[in-house]
Ligand binder design. Structure first.
Ligand code: F0G
Length: 458
């Protein structure tokens, strides 16, 4: 098995172009990266991108921000960019205290241009499509990949085709694909069925596949891992002990593992410093969790899947052969969470000001559960990945949040309804009507001396 943290740097094969080539992760067979279109090895095994030279952190210094800051770890210097990456690494002190760990950061990938981490993969993937000279791009999607493909395809001036499971994609994502002018094909089936079809179309040479089965997509997504390490070290003076992330097709898990492996191979990272990769799935779609719990080498496809977190409603994670070794070798684990646990976590994040879609909140829900079970220690420094923005799925946000309250078109009625607090001049509180008519002279200092901020004059 070539996917080991301890693997030696590979020798450069004859097929390499500019120090880049593709390798079959099972057989080691190598292929030229840009001469022909290839998504898998001869036996259908997954491919990965390999490099003659691997960077250390010093290679990223002074290279700007975002995905292309890390071009020394990528196949090109730049790509079709909007730009993407450089996402916030929020503190979440209330959740940290409630869960009871040393430090917690939330890497909010929902802050990318189309609102999910998929943009990092697409900036590289669409660049490769240009290199190959293809002009019709396609993906199967639970929504976010389709939004990213549509936007980056549009930016690159290319035709895009997206296959979506009918009735199971959040409306914000479909709206994005529609407005960026993708052709949207709604399939009467689930995501896995869509991926089967788009793979057939790609094998027939009809479309260029930009799902995470395409190894170049994962190169862009590697930058999440590098960015976390760089930023955490700058702000916390160390690398995180653990990274917790939602898992669907397991592309991100594979990408983060590859980022860490390459940094170990270049000598930038000690194997003991690699964060524990911890995957979280919805209980209704958890084949990876099943495989980790049973110690299986591969997953068994779930034909029937269901979860409120539609982004990760996936029963056949195609990147499992790359992701399972990553979880195992880093000493991580995988856990499933219920839809209600996901919603609770979405609400907790929202109370910290961090707005995410349900799948994203699975990371916090999983961390909470692992801490409760004592798998995560109180001394740990953890980064949770939130993969998509709240506005992607407004239906679920409305359900998880409070309801709008109808009020009359009248200030007195509104004040009565909200149960007014009095923060302005105390004397103005006692007008004839009992309602402050002149509240323009705000003076918080005066107020805080004379009245408590919770006092009500009703
Ligand atoms: N979180 C969100 C918001 C996603 O959209 C996805 C995947 C994942 C997590 C899981 O990531 O597949 O790398 O394990 N969405 C894909 C899509 C399948 O079509 O948008 P993964």
């Amino acid at each position: 098995m070539s996917l080991k943290l301890s693997a030696a740097a590979p020798t450069v094969p004859a097929e390499a172009q500019n120090g880049v080539w593709l390798a079959d992760i099972e057989t080691g067979e190598t292929y030229a990266p840009f001469d022909e279109i290839r998504y898998t090895g001869e036996d259908g095994n997954l491919l990965e991108v390999r490099y003659a030279e691997l960077p250390t952190f010093a290679d990223f210094k002074g290279q700007g921000r975002g995905v292309w800051r890390y071009h020394a770890a990528l196949p090109f210097r730049t790509g079709v960019t909007l730009p993407e990456g450089d996402t916030p690494l929020h503190k979440a002190p209330r959740i940290r205290d409630e869960i009871g760990i040393n430090s917690l950061r939330v890497k909010h990938e929902g802050m990318n241009p189309t609102g999910s981490f998929k943009d990092r993969g697409m900036t590289v993937g669409v660049r490769v499509a240009k290199e190959l000279g293809v002009d019709r791009l396609a993906c199967a999607s639970t929504g976010n990949t389709s939004a990213a493909l549509a936007a980056y395809g549009a930016r690159g001036g290319m035709e895009t085709l997206v296959l979506l499971p009918a009735g199971k994609v959040a409306s914000g994502k479909i709206a994005q694909a529609a407005l960026h002018d993708a052709r949207i094909l709604e399939v009467d089936g689930n995501f896995d069925n869509c991926l089967d079809i788009v793979q057939d179309l790609a094998q027939k040479g009809e479309v260029y596949l930009l799902n995470s089965l395409n190894p170049f997509r994962l190169e862009g997504q590697k930058t999440i891992g590098i960015e976390i390490l760089e930023r955490f070290m700058a702000e916390e003076g160390m690398f995180p002990d653990r990274i917790v992330l939602p898992v669907g097709n397991a592309g991100n898990t594979s990408a983060l593992y590859k980022a860490f492996r390459e940094l170990v191979q270049s000598g930038a990272l000690n194997p003991t410093e690699v964060p524990r990769l911890t995957g979280v799935q919805a209980a209704g779609a958890a084949p990876m969790v099943e495989a980790v719990e049973h110690g299986w080498d591969g997953i068994q496809r779930w034909e029937s899947v269901e979860t409120r977190a539609t982004a990760i409603r996936i029963g056949n994670p195609v990147n499992a052969p790359k992701a399972l070794p990553g979880i195992r070798e880093t000493g991580g684990t995988a856990i499933d969470v219920s839809d209600d646990e996901i919603t609770d976590a979405q609400q907790s994040l929202a109370k910290e000001g961090i707005g995410v879609e349900p799948a994203s909140a699975a990371s916090i829900a999983g961390l909470r559960k692992l801490r409760d079970r004592g798998v995560v220690d109180s001394t740990e420094n953890v980064v949770c990945l939130t993969t998509g923005h709240l506005l992607k799925d407004t239906d679920e946000a409305f359900k998880a949040g409070g309801d709008p309250e109808p009020v009359a078109n009248d200030t007195d009625a509104v004040l009565q309804h909200i149960g007014a607090k009095w923060y302005a001049r105390p004397e103005a509180a006692f007008t004839a009507s009992g309602i402050p008519t002149k509240s323009l002279n705000w003076d918080f200092n005066t107020c805080s001396r004379h009245c408590s901020p919770t006092s009500s004059y009703w």
